[in-house]
Design a protein around this ligand. Structure first.
Ligand code: NDP
Length: 241
């Protein structure tokens, strides 16, 4: 029987590549998203992957959304916490709202999604929780105190939960991408990309979203059963943690 994978923020950017990679690997995939109906409907039409709208920042909405996914596809075996936002500002200009929105989505959202699924994974003695953090959660980034804190929190969450899940057959891991060629990154001025960003990356190029998708497929597989609590740095050699 095909395993079921749920990808938050799974209809765009890195999340879309993760959803597609899991589908190609034989999983039944559900892609959650927050509000961009047009992108989600296009993704669904192009890929056949069902899309489900709710905010990961809302616990009750996560419980209800997961129930819809499980009614349609069956119990979730693989959770990919990919949904994430930025609200960048230098700290002296950062508003409490910018802080809260980022923490609510990137960190509390990971709790909100993992918590309702945890008991079922424990009962079934199998689970995979894979969270997409960021290089900036490892090294910190000026202008991103909120984002860096949320993404560092995801790493701590992973290390703690891995210890709790180990005996129940649940692995919990985190991937920290560096610069990935999503629409957002590709929209950066070409001169800035070529003269300032790419020279910081030892392999000399941006990462591709598909490369993150393939990391997820590996961590989700039975072959990765001995890997838990790990942080995979997928950043072209830009930072070692
Ligand atoms: P995008 O902005 O392209 O896509 C974000 C996705 O998350 C969208 O599908 C969006 O939904 C969804 N989302 C946002 N907020 C919520 C919410 N509250 N509830 C549910 N879904 C939500 O992001 P990227 O693909 O660039 O990034 C994906 C992840 O990778 C993020 O966690 C990001 O922090 C991380 N990352 C990205 C890097 C990069 O270079 N791009 C580098 C390092 C880490 P909708 O489509 O409805 O808006």
């Amino acid at each position: 029987m095909a395993r079921v994978a749920l990808v938050t923020g799974g209809s765009r950017g890195i999340g879309a590549s993760i959803s597609l990679a899991l589908k190609a690997a034989g999983y039944k995939v559900a892609a959650n998203y927050a509000g961009n109906d047009e992108a989600a409907e296009r993704f669904k039409a192009e890929t056949g992957i069902p899309v489900y709208k709710w905010s990961v920042a809302d616990y009750d909405a996560c419980v209800a959304g997961i129930a819809r996914v499980e009614a349609d596809l069956g119990p979730v075996d693989v959770l990919v916490n990919n949904a994430g936002i930025t609200r960048d500002a230098m700290f002296h200009k950062m508003t409490p709202q910018q802080w809260k929105e980022v923490i609510d989505t990137n960190l509390t959202g990971v709790f909100n999604m993992t918590h309702p699924l945890w008991s079922g994974m424990r009962d079934r003695k199998f689970g995979r929780v894979i969270t997409i953090s960021s290089i900036n959660g490892q090294k910190g980034q000026a202008g991103q105190a909120n984002y860096s804190a949320s993404k560092a929190g995801d790493i701590g969450f992973t290390k703690a939960l891995a210890q709790e899940g180990a005996r129940a057959g649940i692995t919990v891991n985190v991937i920290c991408p560096g610069y990935i060629a999503t629409e957002m990154v590709k929209a950066i001025d070409e001169k800035v990309l070529n003269e300032r960003i790419i020279p910081q990356i030892p392999v000399g190029r941006l990462g591709e979203p598909e490369e993150i998708g393939r990391c997820v497929v590996f961590l989700a597989s039975d072959d990765a059963g001995f890997i838990t609590g790990s942080t995979i740095s997928a950043n072209g050699g830009q930072y070692f943690a």
